[in-house]
Design a binder for this molecule. Structure first.
Ligand SMILES: [Zn+2]
Ligand SMILES: [Zn+2]
Length: 94
């Protein structure tokens, strides 16, 4: 028996990337590979907001586009209400 569907799923995962980084401000998300983590921008290409690619608490990587909590420690990865919110200027830092 072939495992075409599994192969396809794996192939797609490989194409898109193993991990997810997302914008804290507008929810923009992008996938990346462990090897290409350095390609993940520090600021969102859409709004200039902060891009988060790891749990702020335990530094675990994020594997789901829709994760709001760390799979490892349960820490909040981003505010739960994001999508559909009006995009405003990113909050001032410091
Ligand atoms: Zn953004
Ligand atoms: Zn964590």
């Amino acid at each position: 028996m072939g495992r075409a569907s599994d192969w396809l799923r794996e192939e797609r995962r490989k194409t898109l990337g193993d991990w997810v980084a997302f914008c804290l401000a507008c929810g923009h998300a992008q996938r990346y590979f462990t090897e290409t983590e350095t390609d993940v921008p520090a600021a969102c290409p859409q709004c200039g907001g902060e891009i988060r690619s790891r749990c702020p608490s335990c530094s675990a990587r994020v594997s789901s586009m829709f994760a709001v909590e760390c799979e490892d420690c349960g820490a909040e990865l981003r505010p739960p209400v994001q999508f559909g919110a009006t995009i405003r200027k990113p909050p001032k830092k410091g």
